[in-house]
Write a protein that binds this ligand. Structure first.
Ligand code: ADP
Ligand code: MG
Length: 334
């Protein structure tokens, strides 16, 4: 017995030193056209992050509209095809959210984005006639889906899942983290933040929301647990010509960069894909329609809106967990 007690104590000491919360692993890499950082806390943190990184590359290889080997690229070229479960899931979500958001999220505007030169960087202001021709092809209702088979009912439709691909990817990363026993982590896919659980010490994660007016400064800091926090803004990708700035979030009604009076929209919810879809579409809607949408929607989400004239609005569900130097108005559900 004498020997058993010290070795038992030793075992406790070893277990304490190696408690799951003391393992943390983080990695930065570039994918999906943005810088990503994945952090996991737990015994298998490194394994989980590495598997998640592979998953990001796999999903990019399926969902990119520009990679000639991707499923989306091939579908766009051929106008029909059999899709993998992931690509199909994202396409179906995009079509569902097109309806949910009254068309403000439109996953068939690739032709128009290409006219503006957003993917390639060969920026230009297209002719009105070019835009109206391309708008005729922005028709998600002309996509037919039967099982895994997809067919465009109008020639020339091109799908762009860029507005929700990162949100979907962050949800898949959370699945991988969980499968590997990770209960605490934070994923940043260039403006798409997804949190898992709490910090290892049990406190909430803090997500800083960028201030589009002041590079490097913040609109505020939000404390969350198990939430996706996704921000869309015209400041992220744009070019200036003739003194006017044109950004990458387009209004599907006219094919021009959305000028809705908002400069940034953050959506907070459990589901990464929905957060990503809503941040893009509420940006297109503008403050009044976005607030109306928030109030009337039966989906569970919260919003932070920042207008071009510097007004900040925060919905009631997150207001108590949002800290800011700026004054903000609380948006209530009713
Ligand atoms: P980011 O990808 O920069 O984080 P978003 O999630 O808002 O920003 O997605 C913007 C991307 O989605 C654009 O780069 C373009 O490919 C595509 N897009 C632009 N406008 C729309 C729109 N109204 N609906 C759907 N996709 C859009
Ligand atoms: Mg989005």
């Amino acid at each position: 017995m004498k020997k058993v007690i010290p070795s038992f104590i030793l075992l406790i000491l070893i277990l304490c030193a190696c408690s799951p919360s003391s393992y943390s692993y983080s990695d930065d890499f570039f994918a999906m056209d943005t810088y990503m950082t994945l952090t996991a806390n737990g015994v298998d943190a490194e394994i989980a992050v590495k598997k998640a990184e592979k998953e990001v590359q796999r999903l990019e290889g399926l969902l990119s509209a520009h990679d000639k080997k991707s499923e989306v690229y091939k579908l766009n070229k051929k106008g029909s095809g059999k899709l993998s479960d992931d690509t199909l899931a994202v396409l179906k979500k995009a079509i569902e959210y097109n309806k949910l958001t009254n068309g403000t999220l439109n996953p068939t505007m690739l032709q128009i984005t290409e006219l503006w030169g957003f993917p390639s960087g060969n920026y230009r202001v297209p002719e009105k006639s070019e835009i109206s021709d391309a708008l005729n092809l922005a028709r998600p209702d002309k996509i037919s889906i039967k099982n895994n088979e997809v067919e465009f009912k109008t020639d020339g439709i091109k799908v762009d899942l860029g507005a929700i691909a990162k949100g979907y990817t962050s949800s898949k990363i959370v699945e991988i983290f969980k499968k590997n026993g990770i209960e605490s982590g934070i994923i940043n896919l260039g403006g798409n933040v997804q949190t898992l659980g709490t910090k290892p010490d049990g406190s909430l994660w803090t997500v800083a929301i960028e201030n589009p007016d002041e590079g490097g400064d913040y609109l505020g800091a939000l404390k969350v647990k198990d939430k996706a926090v996704v921000t869309s803004g015209g400041y992220e990708r744009n070019f200036t010509k003739g003194g006017k700035t044109y950004h990458h979030i387009l209004n599907p009604e006219n094919g021009y960069p959305a000028e809705s009076g908002l400069s940034s929209v953050t959506v907070v919810c459990d589901d990464g894909t929905l957060s990503d879809a809503l941040s893009t579409s509420l940006f297109v809607m503008g403050k009044n329609k976005a607030v109306k949408f928030y109030k009337e929607s039966d989906k569970d989400f919260d919003i932070i809106l920042y207008t071009n004239d510097g007004k900040l609005y925060v919905s009631q569900g997150i207001a108590d967990n949002f800290n800011s130097q700026l004054n903000f108005e609380i948006i209530k559900k009713d």
